[in-house]
Every structure is written in structure tokens, then in C-alpha cells.
Ligand binder design. Structure first.
Ligand code: XIL
Length: 339
């Protein structure tokens, strides 16, 4: 067994290397979306997450339906669990999300107020949530998925009740509540719709030019392994040209886009996935360091990926398999982060 120059045996080095997590080897934060129940109930999940990631995004508990279930009631417990876990493990928390067209509570959908009352409802939600986590949550997806693929504003309840200015006002309210927090516009499809991408870039540039406090853009990056390197590489480059912080915010790479119920993941396709994770990490490292807010994967184990539950199909989009073992994708991602 050949000793390395500084006397550490290769075996020791491997043990050291394999025990090092992604968080120890990347030049920017590496995050994962987490579910509070697994943090509460699963020690293996806790230790794996704490060793691999230094950023967490609450996967569901901060969405309006979950955190603000009735007009006078906020449910903080699940978010508090994740924030406490993050603080105990030297992880940052990225708040997700204040304004979204999905997971809207019934009391909002059935709200009968006038435009002033709607504005108050909107403002109070944003300011109440941001104020509670001031100093604990340093960044937010203020507005999520407000753009249609055809480049028009999504016809959400917020657009209907508050008009197109709701996006700018959401950022202003969040900033008023915590002027030190970094504020992001988050969306998907930058890599497959140039129309959508350009519409979002001009929306965000317009907000910044109007003095609206937008600090960054979130690129969800829910992609299939068949997507070309050029498509995702170009999207990252174009977004970085805004000069804003760029967050690859919800990365997963699906292997079964045609929803084949009998599909299995063989080594060939798992290696193609690994190459795609590697390419994305390498592309991301090309953007200016000051804009590298980080890369967050949307889940930990394939077993709990939203892709399986939402699309009701077998799929393996993440870095860890159903047994929390590192997949080829993990090593591809690591190579892309470090080579
Ligand atoms: C998904 C979660 O992963 C699911 O558990 C939940 O049921 C629905 O939302 N874009 C987003 C994320 O911004 O918040 C979504 O997360 C996935 C798509």
C-alpha cells in the first residue's frame, strides 16, 4: 500500500475522502430539499443529510397551505424543526416559497374581500413569515413559477386579485420585513423554453431597473437525462448574464420521462445520468464566483422523490438510491464539483 507524500495511507485517504461530504468539497453551498418528518423520525437520514449538505430548502412545510392554514393561524412547528436542525448542523436555510399559485389554502381561494383587503392578506402573509425567521432564514424564493411557458404572466389567483404589480410588491414586502435577506425569483423551464427564459430575464431585469430588491434567480432544473448539455449549459450562461446570484434550486434528473411502468435503471442509463450531473456542476462553476449562490437537489433518496409521487411512475432522479447509498450520479456530481 503506497503511502501518500504526507504519510497518510491511500486507504486512510479513501476513508477520509469517502467520509467527506459534498459540502466539504464544493466551492459553494450544496443543498437538498428536506421533509420535516424524515428529520424527526429517521436518524440515518439526519446524519447523511448533515454530512453531505450545508444548505436546506423546506420541501413542503413553508408553502402557504401548510404554514398559514387559516386566516388567523400560522403553523410554525415543521419549519421550526428544520430551522433548528440546520442551526445544529451549520446549514443555511433557503425559504421556499412565499408566493406560489399552488398549495393555496381554501380560506384564500374563498376570500371575498375587496382589492384593499386582498393586498393586506398578501402583505401580511409575506411579512409575518419573513419576520418570524429574520436572522434564521437568509434567503427566500419570494415568487415561484409566475411565468407561463409562452412568456406571459401565469393567470394565478395573485394576478387576478392583485394585478401584475404583485410580483414587485412581494419583493418589497419581503425586503421591508428583512432587509438583509437575499430575495429570489424562482421558476422552471429555462432550459427548454427560450421564450419563457427571455420573458423571465426581462421581467427580472425590469424589476431591478425599477429598484425592486431582487438579488437572484432560481433555476429549478427539473430535467430529463435526455436533455442536451447545450440546452442546460446555455440556460445557466444566459441567466448569469443578468449579473444576479444564480441558484440551481431544485435539481433532479429523471430517467423515465415516458412513464414506462416496467422500466428499470441499468448501469448504462445511470452513467448517462452521472455525466449529466457532472456537466451541470462544471457549467455552474463557469459563472462568476460572486454569483454562485449554490446548487440544491430536490430530495435526498430516490425513494422519496416527488417525481415518483407526482408522476406515479418508477424513476431514479437523485444522488442516493432507495437505501441511501451513493449512486453513480453522486460521483458524477462530485467530479463536476471538484475536477
Ligand atoms: C413539490 C414537492 O416536492 C412535493 O412534495 C409537493 O407535493 C409539491 O411540490 N416546483 C417547486 C417545488 O417549486 O416546490 C415543487 O415541490 C416541485 C416543483
Amino acid at each position: 500500500m503506497k503511502d501518500s507524500p504526507d504519510g497518510i495511507s491511500t486507504e486512510q485517504l479513501n476513508v477520509t475522502l469517502t467520509s467527506l461530504g459534498l459540502r466539504d468539497q464544493a466551492n459553494f453551498p450544496i443543498g437538498a430539499s428536506l421533509h420535516q418528518n424524515r428529520i424527526k423520525n429517521n436518524a440515518d437520514y439526519r446524519s447523511l443529510v448533515a454530512s453531505e449538505f450545508n444548505s436546506l430548502t423546506p420541501e413542503t412545510c413553508m408553502k402557504m397551505k401548510n404554514i398559514h392554514p387559516s386566516s388567523s393561524v400560522y403553523f410554525w412547528e415543521d419549519t421550526d424543526t428544520l430551522v433548528a436542525f440546520a442551526q445544529a448542523n451549520n446549514m443555511r436555510v433557503h425559504g421556499h416559497t412565499l408566493v406560489w399559485h399552488k398549495l393555496i389554502p381554501d380560506w384564500v381561494i374563498n376570500f371575498q374581500g375587496d382589492s384593499i383587503a386582498w393586498e393586506l392578506l398578501f402583505k401580511n402573509h409575506i411579512k409575518t413569515v419573513v419576520t418570524r425567521y429574520k436572522g434564521k432564514i437568509g434567503s427566500w424564493d419570494v415568487v415561484n413559477e409566475a411565468m407561463e411557458d409562452n412568456g406571459s404572466l401565469r393567470n394565478s389567483i395573485w394576478l387576478q386579485k392583485l394585478g401584475p404589480g404583485y410580483i414587485a410588491r412581494a419583493f418589497q414586502y419581503a425586503h421591508e420585513a428583512d432587509s438583509s435577506a437575499l430575495l429570489f425569483y424562482n421558476d422552471y423551464g429555462y432550459e427548454y423554453s427560450v421564450t419563457k427564459r427571455n420573458a423571465i430575464i426581462s421581467l427580472v431585469n425590469g424589476l431591478v431597473n425599477d429598484g425592486v430588491p431582487v438579488d437572484g434567480i432560481g433555476m429549478q432544473t427539473h430535467i430529463n437525462y435526455t436533455l442536451s448539455d447545450a440546452a442546460v449549459g446555455t440556460a445557466i450562461t444566459r441567466l448569469a448574464e443578468t449579473g444576479l446570484k444564480i441558484h440551481i434550486s431544485e435539481l433532479d434528473i429523471a430517467l423515465n420521462p415516458s412513464s414506462d411502468p416496467n422500466m428499470t435503471a441499468d448501469s448504462t442509463i445511470l452513467n448517462l445520468q452521472a455525466n449529466k450531473y457532472k456537466f451541470i456542476a462544471q457549467s455552474y462553476r463557469q459563472i462568476p464566483v460572486s454569483q454562485q449562490f449554490g446548487i440544491t437537489v430536490w430530495g435526498v433518496s430516490d425513494a422519496h422523490s416527488w417525481i415518483r409521487s407526482t408522476y406515479n411512475r418508477p424513476d431514479w432522479p437523485l444522488l442516493f438510491d432507495d437505501a441511501y447509498e451513493r449512486k453513480p450520479s453522486y460521483y458524477g456530481f462530485l467530479e463536476g464539483l471538484t475536477d
